[in-house]
Design a protein around this ligand. Structure first.
Ligand SMILES: [Zn+2]
Ligand SMILES: [Zn+2]
Length: 370
């Protein structure tokens, strides 16, 4: 494949302003670097906050955003296999995680590389590095773990694995460390954007007796049912927290839910989730990424005998497992429909807008016709 000298990319140059279309020189490749043509790149809530400059951390600008990307291999530079041992060829589609240092305490001793203290993220790097999805090409640098997308999983089905689904798998593995979802358990999922929907579908495939989805959007609640929710609570119909808590108690024989998943990203939802929790319940916090604080009485943790935890991010195991999950269950659940709105690269700001305003479930940049 002949590689051009430059490619188009959308660059975040100023917080709170639209990203700008620029020509970026495709960097020289070193052995082990994989150059991909971006096929589809998801626009995430994190991208919206990054654009506004109000993430819980402040990544430097200018940057090419976009950290959930399906890439088609244009150049392998000596790489022969993915992290699972599957052979890689030009033209294969891959997903990849952030680049870990492999040497820190989290990487070496804990063997939890997603906690790497020197992680080099995609979607947060300067434009000349070409390490962001909102571009025609992206450079997956040597040392990054990649996984090949099975032929049976299409681009839109795979896209959600790049961020939301792998995070859900990572958190559900941690949930398993604490006993998991036991047969007959009730599960509440707060917020059914992509993280919530993948939580619903994973919970639905366990022995849970109920998977209850809570959200304000009727279309999202309808979709949650397609993904395996057994019942839904509409915040529009039941606007008071106390009434929603009462409803969950009624649905669970007065006990509450043994497992609650926070996937709304709305900080005050944490207090509400604690109320849903049964005695001895487990609260998995996945959705939170803003710097917002709340009032919370810590005694509630003891009163509920609660286990509360969360994982920020995931590593390549979780990407692989999410892809295997989709492969196994794609005939039963509409994974591809999680991606609701597609835009050409030049219309990234429109995609950011629909994500900011909450009118799209998941917007994505679609480069497949270029
Ligand atoms: Zn994301
Ligand atoms: Zn490390």
């Amino acid at each position: 494949m002949s590689i051009p000298e430059t490619c188009k990319a959308m660059v975040l140059e100023e917080f709170g302003k639209p990203d700008v279309l620029r020509d970026i020189r495709i960097p020289a490749r070193k052995p082990g670097d994989i150059l991909v043509k971006v096929q589809v790149a998801g626009v995430c809530g994190t991208d919206v906050h990054q654009n506004l400059g109000d993430l819980s951390f402040t990544p430097p600008i200018p940057a090419i955003q976009g950290h959930e990307t399906v890439g088609r291999i244009a150049e392998l530079n000596g790489v022969t296999h993915d992290a699972v041992g599957q052979p890689l060829r030009e033209g294969d589609r891959i997903l990849w995680c952030h680049e870990w240092c492999g040497e820190c305490y989290s990487c070496k001793i804990l063997q939890q590389p997603f906690m790497c203290c020197r992680s080099r993220g995609y979607g947060f790097a300067p434009p000349e590095a070409l390490r962001g999805g909102f571009a025609e090409y992206e450079l997956v640098t040597a040392g990054t773990d990649v996984v090949r997308i099975p032929d049976s999983v299409d681009d839109l089905e795979a896209l959600g694995v790049g961020c939301a689904f792998r995070s859900v798998v990572s958190n559900f593995e941690k949930l398993n460390d604490y006993g998991g979802i036991r047969t007959g358990d009730a599960v509440v999922v707060q917020g059914v954007g992509p993280i919530g929907l993948y939580s619903v579908v994973m919970a639905a495939q366990t022995g849970a007796s109920q998977v209850i989805a809570v959200d304000m959007s009727e279309p999202r609640l309808k979709f949650a049912k397609k993904m395996g929710a057994t019942s839904v609570i509409s915040i529009k119909e039941v606007p008071e927290v106390a009434d929603r808590v009462k409803l969950v108690k009624e649905m669970t024989n007065g006990l509450g839910a043994q497992v609650v998943v926070e996937a709304s990203g709305f900080a005050p939802a944490f207090n509400e989730g604690m109320e849903y929790l049964a005695l001895g319940g487990k609260y998995v916090v996945i959705g939170q990424s803003s710097a917002r604080t709340i009032d919370f009485p810590p005694a509630k943790i003891l009163e509920k005998y609660a286990t509360i935890f969360g994982n920020k991010g995931a590593d390549i195991r979780h990407f692989h497992k999410a892809l295997k999950f989709i492969e196994a269950h794609k005939d039963k659940y509409p994974f591809g429909e999680v991606v609701s709105d597609l835009y050409p690269l030049e219309e990234l700001n429109e995609a950011l807008r629909v994500m900011r305003e909450g009118t799209a479930l998941k917007a994505a940049i679609d480069n497949r016709n270029r």
